[in-house]
Design a protein around this ligand. Structure first.
Ligand code: NAD
Ligand code: ZN
Length: 378
């Protein structure tokens, strides 16, 4: 490994040249890491719906050519100037949102919205010099959310890298670097259901089922799963979801259906769809007086959330979160430990696996709504 330090590495990356067109495996040049950056050898990555949105670029603005990918696990190849917290050989999870440990957010116990490194889907370059570390025959290829893990090597800001237990199997814990931790944290850290309470989960993909795991760990007695895709329901039973509602099966709005099932509403709800009507339903289905709804899905760029203010005056609370309120560097290693201690099962989220050259299959599966996470072996 050390022979590559300070040099450009040529390797394979899956490049998105245009919106919605299959990724192309290309030979790319990856520049060495600069100040406060690390270069990672990615071993496993998986596809999250956020990658799909920015690849489709229908509901989101995107930059091309770009290397997508943010759910992954790898090993530090080399470190740039001023990096003392990581060393070559460390096992790590890159994260789409960072933790500088110096700003007001990082110092606050309540926030994970680092001023310097919070998620930025528009930026396609590194912060240090405003340039990209990827190129093809000298022409720039842009980054995605500071991680760009659909490449054998990538350069990431040190604040977006969590050092984890070297014994953790990287082909499993790669999925903890976004979706599952996001859902889990949205329930445990933000919705905070109490033992015996009822929780509605909107969207039963990996993020929603991560949220369901959180409800199970918190001791919720009723977990109501809401999805438009009925094939999700069978799978969701493995995650402790106790009841299912398909909005398509009802004439009434789904929030009314849930209110009837629960004598006025659920205690907590977590929205993991990205659809704004589902967000509104998730808010309106919580009980007045104490209900808390948490939004997690990434909305359409023009989406607007509308509800009658009386729904709030009646003492319902609406919240939102990125990455389940976990501070990536400080908290993610302990989520990995939850898996190592067998408190959290990760295997059941991994329904497919493909070699890197078949990465487009992972996109097809997600578009068809088949399976949960597809791990891509580099
Ligand atoms: P996924 O595609 O695997 O699952 C989404 C599920 O929602 C699907 O089963 C789909 O059928 C269902 N759904 C869609 N519209 C619905 C509706 N109107 N009502 C009910 N169900 C509906 O996606 P995922 O990877 O689990 O991601 C879920 C969402 O979370 C996406 O919007 C993604 O961008 C977002 N996300 C947010 C964060 C964050 O930090 N806030 C992190 C990761 C992902
Ligand atoms: Zn994600």
């Amino acid at each position: 490994m050390s022979s590559t330090v300070g040099k450009v590495i040529k390797c394979k990356a899956a490049v998105a040249w245009e919106a919605g067109k299959p990724l192309v495996i290309e030979e790319v040049e990856v520049a060495p890491p600069q100040k406060k950056e690390v270069r990672l050898k990615i071993l496993f990555t998986s596809l999250c719906h956020t990658d799909l949105y920015f690849w489709e670029a229908k509901a989101q603005d995107s930059v091309f050519p770009r290397i997508l990918g943010h759910e992954a696990a790898g090993i530090v190849e080399s470190v740039g100037e001023g990096v003392t917290e990581l060393a070559p050989g460390d096992h790590v999870l890159p994260v789409f949102t960072g933790e500088c440990k110096e700003c007001a957010h990082c110092k606050s116990e309540e926030s994970n919205m680092c001023s310097l490194l919070r998620i930025n889907t528009d930026r396609g370059v590194m912060i240090n010099d405003g340039k990209t570390r990827f190129s093809i025959k000298g022409k720039p290829v842009y980054h995605f959310v500071g991680t760009s893990t659909f490449s054998e090597y990538t350069v990431v800001h040190v604040g977006c890298v969590a050092k984890i237990n070297p014994l953790a199997p990287l082909d499993k814990v790669c999925v903890l670097s976004c979706g599952i931790s996001t859902g889990l944290g949205a329930t445990l850290n933000v919705a905070k259901p109490t033992k015996g309470s009822s929780v509605a989960i909107f969207g039963l993909g990996a993020v929603g089922l991560g949220a369901a795991e959180g409800a199970r760990l918190a001791g919720a007695s009723r977990v109501i799963g809401v999805d438009l895709n009925p094939s999700r329901f069978e799978e969701a039973k493995k995650f402790g979801v106790t009841e299912f509602v398909n909005p398509k099966d009802h004439k009434k709005p789904v929030q009314e259906v849930i209110a009837e099932m629960t004598d006025g509403g659920v205690d907590r709800s977590v929205e993991c769809t990205g659809n704004v009507s589902a967000m509104i339903s998730a808010f309106e289905c919580v009980h007045d007086g104490w209900g808390v709804a948490v939004l997690v899905g990434v909305p359409h760029k023009d989406a607007e959330f509308k509800t009658h203010p009386m729904n709030l005056l009646n003492e319902r609370t609406l919240k939102g979160t990125f990455f389940g309120n976990y501070k990536p560097r400080s908290d993610l290693p302990s989520v990995v430990e939850m898996y190592m201690n067998k408190e959290l099962e990760v295997e059941k989220f991994i329904t497919h696996e493909v070699p890197f050259h078949e990465i487009n299959k992972a996109f097809e599966l997600m578009q068809k709504g088949e399976g949960l996470r597809c791990v891509i072996r580099m």
